[in-house]
Design a protein around this ligand. Structure first.
Ligand SMILES: [Zn+2]
Length: 650
């Protein structure tokens, strides 16, 4: 290092006006303070992983306390180094729990604070975790690492539960719902830890987007780490992981016997390699967990059996490689300069995690869906998609009976006809889809589709509902008693008017994903968007669509002939049956139409069921003739009871 005084010519224009004349031609001696000198020394490049081994000391309550050693968590080094590759801006890690995500974040913070300028932002799922991290992980790490300790100011005030003020910069710590309040802070580094556990109320934007705004002024050098264990397939993290990554890296381990690099796979019955164990799916998972020799890994190339110790050796000799090209991570970064990189880390190549744990959880998962979810998220590093029982068009068509459309089943089996109407389109030319369904007697009756389709005007709807006669084979007429019409979004005025004109026979409705009751009523006094009063007021039904759609899906699964089945008339069109198959349950348990295909008759069936509930048909006493088992000429009795006015009711 140069310590001799050196003359540096300085342009006088740099000096304040008052000093210029006096300063010209003179020599001044300037001394730099120790911290100034320190920050002026150009540091030789050290890999982040190497730097961490030299300088990071993890606090005593970390999973592996003391000096950071790459050999303890060999998979961390590759991604930590890649994070600081000049082209990389976002680092997405989809790693299982206990795979040193937080330790990697700490190493990254330490390295950046020591080597690069700029403040840091760390976001945790909730206020408790964020406070714990700052007091139990971050501050102790700075105190226990000799190099980092020099950056602490020593003032107690400089360490709070929301930030650490270092001699040269700040580390802010927050939690998911507090990001919005940090709008003013502009900084180059941010970590989102356990992102899949975030809950946020802001519907307009997401935590990663909020954080990206903080990084905006440092686009040439910013780093955003998104570290998480996976949760649901529909999570933002997973969709970004699949769509946004320029490169995804997998951890290849190296067989200690034959030297073959491979991605460890859990494998299945058919595969020769993978994780194997004694006793198949019937074995008690506790036995597997207790006796580690009962499970092992089989090398994909030489078929050598690895126990936990050999697996650890294989992992320590491992490296990250790019998923598509198979290139080693360093070469890949150099050649392709990716901007967003992803990595996925299951539990089986993690040093120190017994293979037996993965096996035991897999076996539990074969018996219980919650355990299977835990296996997917916590061991396989894969997101969970709730299994759906897919309804097929053919299954719906198999519920058709012999009746032609419009014909009501006879024999006194029918208690009432209800309907549902789905309103489409924003003007009077839109379609009105309808379903008319007949319901049997009792608590869990059979039901029969009488007529369905679409009309284009309210008058046509009126004709279908109340100017058409629906008869059974004996000629008894069944009136359409009551129905519910979707009033939300489209043609609301028209729907209200129609409901006022046919008060007592039809009720407007609004669907809700969540509602405490099955349905509830609201009073409407005005037409929407105006002060025009609704003559006589109107009741509107708010409907728990989650409940009714679950019920409809269950009902459609009842085999024809079993009690409580839903029947369709003969020649029910395939295109109509398709409406009943498109909706799926999302992870919140709400019904969604993911591909946005036609689902009108599905909604109509829901509304017809709601009408059945509101009408309280299940509480109607069944006529004697139907309930008695002797079945003495029931048709005659029913014929006498049925009339247009009573609709088959006594
Ligand atoms: Zn091998």
């Amino acid at each position: 290092m140069l310590h001799l005084p050196t003359h540096i010519p300085i342009d006088a224009a740099w000096l304040p006006l008052a000093m210029r004349d006096e300063a010209v031609g003179r020599r001044y001696r300037v001394r730099f303070s120790a911290p100034e000198k320190k920050s002026l020394i150009k540091k030789a490049y050290v890999r982040p992983s190497e730097w961490s081994e030299r300088h990071i000391h993890l606090p005593s309550d970390a999973p592996i306390p003391g000096r950071w050693r790459n050999i303890n968590m060999p998979h961390v080094a590759g991604i930590l180094d890649a994070s600081f590759h000049p082209s990389v801006r976002e680092i997405m890690c989809c790693w299982v729990p206990q795979s040193a995500k937080t330790a990697m974040a700490l190493c990254a913070i330490g390295y950046a604070e020591d080597r690069y300028p700029g403040n840091f932002l760390c976001i945790y799922p909730d206020i408790k975790t964020s406070k714990e991290t700052i007091t139990d992980r971050l501050v102790p790490m700075f105190k226990e690492s000799p190099r980092l300790r020099t950056y602490l100011t020593g003032y107690e005030d400089d360490v709070s539960s929301a930030r650490i003020k270092l001699t040269h910069r700040k580390i802010y710590v927050g939690w998911a719902s507090s990001i919005a309040s940090m709008a003013a802070k502009s900084l180059p580094y941010a970590i989102l830890d356990e992102e899949c556990k975030y809950e946020w109320s802001n519907k307009e934007t997401t935590p990663p987007n909020l954080v990206r705004k903080r990084l905006r002024r440092f686009l040439h050098m910013s780093k955003l780490w998104r570290l998480t264990s996976p949760a649901m397939e529909s999570d933002l993290f997973w969709s970004d992981f699949c769509d946004e990554c320029d490169a995804i890296y997998d951890y290849f381990v190296c067989c200690p016997e034959c030297g073959a690099f491979q991605v460890m796979e859990f494998g299945d019955k058919k595969s020769v390699h993978g994780i194997k164990w004694e006793g198949g799916k019937q074995v008690d998972p506790k036995v597997i967990e207790k006796n580690h020799e009962l499970s092992w890994y089989v090398c994909a190339r030489c078929h050598a059996h690895w126990d936990d110790a050999l697996r650890d050796r294989a992992a320590r000799a491992g490296q990250w490689r790019e998923r598509e090209s198979g290139m080693a991570i360093e070469a890949h970064l150099k050649h392709f300069n990716p901007r967003v990189i992803g990595s996925q880390m299951p539990a089986w190549p993690v040093v120190g995690v017994p293979l037996a744990q993965s096996v035991a959880q897999f076996i539990r998962g074969q018996r219980n869906l919650d355990e299977l979810k835990d296996f997917q998220n916590g061991f396989a590093a894969r997101p969970w998609k709730p299994p759906q029982r897919e309804r097929k068009v053919a299954e719906i068509l198999s519920l058709s009976d012999e009746r032609p459309e419009g014909k009501v089943p006879g024999g006194g089996r029918v208690a009432a006809l209800t309907f549902g109407v789905d309103t489409q389109g924003d003007d009077a030319t839109g379609d009105l889809w309808y379903v008319i369904r007949a319901w049997g007697w009792g608590i869990d009756p059979d039901s029969w589709l009488i007529r369905s389709g679409k009309v284009t005007s309210m008058s046509a709807l009126f004709a279908v509902l109340w100017q058409s006669e629906y008869r059974d084979a004996e000629g008894n007429i069944y009136p359409v008693r009551f129905g519910v019409q979707d009033a939300m979004g489209h043609r609301t005025d028209e729907v209200y008017n129609f409901a006022v004109l046919n008060r007592g026979f039809i009720m407007p409705s609004q669907g809700k994903d969540e509602l405490a009751q099955l349905y509830a009523f609201s009073d409407l006094e005005f037409f929407p968007g105006s002060k025009k009063a609704i003559p006589g007021g109107l009741k509107m039904a708010r409907i728990n669509t989650t409940y009714f759609k679950n019920r409809l899906a269950r009902k459609l699964g009842v085999k024809p002939g079993d009690p409580g089945a839903m029947y369709f008339h003969a020649d029910y069109p395939e295109s109509y049956a398709a409406h009943l198959t498109v909706e799926e349950v999302d992870d919140k348990g709400h019904w969604k139409n993911p591909k946005d295909r036609e689902n009108h008759l599905w909604d109509c069936e829901v509304l017809a069921t709601v009408a059945y509930e509101i009408l309280g048909v299940k509480y109607w006493p069944a006529p004697q003739a139907v309930t008695q088992t002797s079945n003495e000429e029931p048709q005659q009795i029913i014929a006498a009871q049925s009339s247009y006015l009573t609709g088959g009711r006594r």
